[in-house]
Write a protein that binds this ligand. Structure first.
Ligand code: N01
Length: 570
């Protein structure tokens, strides 16, 4: 399909972010077109179909909150939903709100160029479309650009190669096959136990061991579901007041003040609950290395308890800061190494040498495979932006501007790129919050902004350089408070050679961030230049953002609490 249409807004991506943005823009009565590379909605959950893929935030919270009817009618079956169920949910949302008629699938946006003389964006696609729009919203996802390392000899391999983040849509059957898996991050840790059930042999290449906490996944108890549904607004409000944007019980007292015995009991109790909330056992775990050592040692002991072969157990034990890399949540991961057909190959000292026709050479040994699964992660946070030629004022490309690391105001906009918004962009809580909540908050803010500009006839909005610089400095400064900034992770772009090392998400906590966004909006979009307005003094009308007026739990997120290192951020 070719077109020369013009829209109020073009949205790039039809995951949860793009779908909800479209819904909100329709409410405003403005025209919008969504372009999506995939053949259907779902984003991350459309692409990540690898065996074992599931969510690590509880289903009752990993869902949209904007529609009470949607909340009430959708039934989650498990505590942590598996990918097929989340994708069904995305499809249900698309059907229920009739979203597909404004989404063009199988279409990759290739370039987005700002026309300074007319103040509009020209959007081109790989299908030959060229359309214009006053606004562009980048709903491209934080973990959507797959990273396939440049392994020598990859093309020579005669077996099948898969990447977890670009999994085929037809069923992949590993029955009776010799399978290799590269990587031991969240994707691998979920996939390995499931692949091991089918494969005749499974060889895992590990560069860095990872901490992982059992999910203790289970079918949802209908009474629990009923009780959540009867008070959903309360749960959502409590979630929004948490640094993570999702609710769980945690203890803000310092680990180092507890006796060794009571710490052990506390860790056992949180381990028994499982999942990411394990990090909520104490308030100082991500701020004080000595405190962190106690939880790290507990987790290593658990690995040694589970894995029978002591050499393998040693290899699986990380020695870095617990929770510094994104914590993994698993179902029977470590126990898989007790199975005779599963082996672990350490490639920490000497990288994988090359692929051959038959397999992989590592540590001077050739391992033969029918299939290799690369669970090698993503060019996080900025990778999906890099794939599109985005050119703003004075011919400056976003890639060039972000050469030394992303620069945004609030993770929503970037100077030099007027009327271009980002949903969960770098510099916002994004991946450190519950993603759907973070998405909803951004979409509501952007919708209110576009609505206000329509009300006052403004032509452009652009982040001011000074405020953007201040925000970038603040994002960096806050990250230094946390132990999270101390290791090589995808949070800092360190998983891919050559990328700048900058802590990309905003770690100051979801409620503080939301409060900041609200006050900027209510102050008439402070830190932005809004041009062309016919009624510059008109106060912004709050249409969508109303529901984000969070009650700040100052005991947890006040500067005093932060100074006392008592903010469990997951
Ligand atoms: O990617 P990763 P992921 N040779 O970057 C290794 C979310 N997610 O797809 O650690 C050998 O974490 C690399 O080694 P190292 C979640 O936020 C969520 O697993 O860089 N190995 C690492 O072990 C998660 O954090 C869920 O030394 C190489 C692995 O590949 C994020 O997505 C599920 C290598 C990559 O791990 C990314 O997770 C899945 C090389 N050349 C994902 N290059 C949920 O549960 C890379 N590696 C919701």
């Amino acid at each position: 399909m070719k077109s020369n249409d013009s829209f109020n807004t073009v949205i790039v991506g039809a995951g949860f972010a793009g779908m909800f943005m479209l819904y909100r823009l329709r409410m405003l009565g403005v025209s919008a077109r969504v372009y999506e590379t995939g053949s259907d909605v779902g984003g991350t959950w459309y692409w990540n179909r690898y065996p074992g893929a599931r969510c690590d935030v509880e289903s009752m919270q990993y869902s949209f909150s904007f529609s009470e009817e949607l909340e009430q009618e959708w039934e989650w079956s498990e505590k942590y939903s598996a990918q097929p169920e989340i994708l069904s949910y995305a499809n249900h949302v698309a059907d229920r709100f009739d979203l597909r008629r404004d989404i063009q699938f199988d279409t990759r946006v290739t370039s987005i160029t700002f026309d300074e003389s007319h103040n509009y964006w020209t959007i081109k696609t790989d299908r030959g479309d060229q359309v214009s729009a006053q606004f562009c919203v980048m709903a491209v996802g934080c973990l959507s650009a797959a990273n396939l390392p440049d392994f020598e000899g990859l093309d020579e391999f005669e077996g099948s190669i898969y990447h977890t983040g670009e999994w085929p849509h037809d069923e992949v059957d590993f029955s009776g096959l010799q399978v290799g898996v590269i990587g031991t991050g969240s994707s691998a840790i979920q996939a390995i136990p499931v692949i091991a059930e089918q494969a005749s042999s499974l060889t895992v290449f590990q560069r860095t061991p990872n901490y992982s906490v059992p999910a203790h996944n289970q079918d949802l108890d209908p009474d629990y579901v009923k009780s959540v549904k009867s008070s959903y607004p309360d749960l959502r409000a409590k979630a929004r007041a948490r640094p993570t944007g999702f609710y769980f019980e945690y203890d803000t007292s310092p680990a180092l003040k507890a006796t060794a015995e009571s710490r052990e009991q506390q860790y056992e109790a949180f381990w028994a609950r499982g999942g990411l909330p394990f990090l909520g056992a104490y308030g100082d775990l991500l701020f004080n290395k000595e405190a962190n050592d106690t939880i790290a040692e507990f987790a290593r002991k658990k690995i040694r308890d589970i894995v029978k072969d002591s050499e393998t157990a040693d290899l699986l034990c990380p020695d870095n800061v617990f929770g510094c890399k994104r914590l993994c949540v698993d179902i029977d991961y470590f126990a898989v190494y007790n199975q005779p057909h599963v082996r672990l190959i350490d490639v920490s000292d000497k990288p994988i040498e090359r692929f051959t026709k038959k397999g992989i050479i590592a540590n001077d040994i050739e391992y033969e495979f029918d299939s290799v699964v690369c669970a090698t992660g993503f060019a996080a946070m900025t990778g999906s932006f890099d794939k599109i030629q985005i050119t703003g004022r004075d011919g400056l490309t976003l890639k060039e501007k972000w050469r030394a690391g992303p620069r945004t105001y609030l993770g929503l906009a970037s100077n030099g790129f007027p009327n271009l918004f980002m949903i969960t962009g770098p510099g916002s809580p994004s991946v450190l919050a519950s993603m759907i909540q973070a998405i909803e908050q951004h979409v509501d803010w952007i919708a209110d902004c576009i609505g206000h500009m329509k009300d006052v006839g403004a032509s452009t909005i652009e982040a001011k350089v000074r405020d953007e610089n201040d925000w970038v400095d603040h994002v960096n400064e806050v990250s230094q408070v946390s132990l999270r900034s101390t290791c090589s992770s995808w949070y800092v772009g360190a998983n891919i050679p050559g990328r700048p090392k900058v802590f990309m998400p905003y770690i100051g906590g979801f409620p503080i961030y939301v409060d900041k966004c609200n006050s900027i909006m209510m102050g008439g979009y402070e830190g932005f230049i809004m041009a062309g307005s016919e009624k510059p003094t008109t106060p912004p009308q709050v249409r969508c953002t109303e529901r984000w007026h969070v009650e700040l739990d100052m005991e947890v997120i006040s500067p005093a609490a932060i100074a006392a290192n008592r903010v469990p951020i997951v």
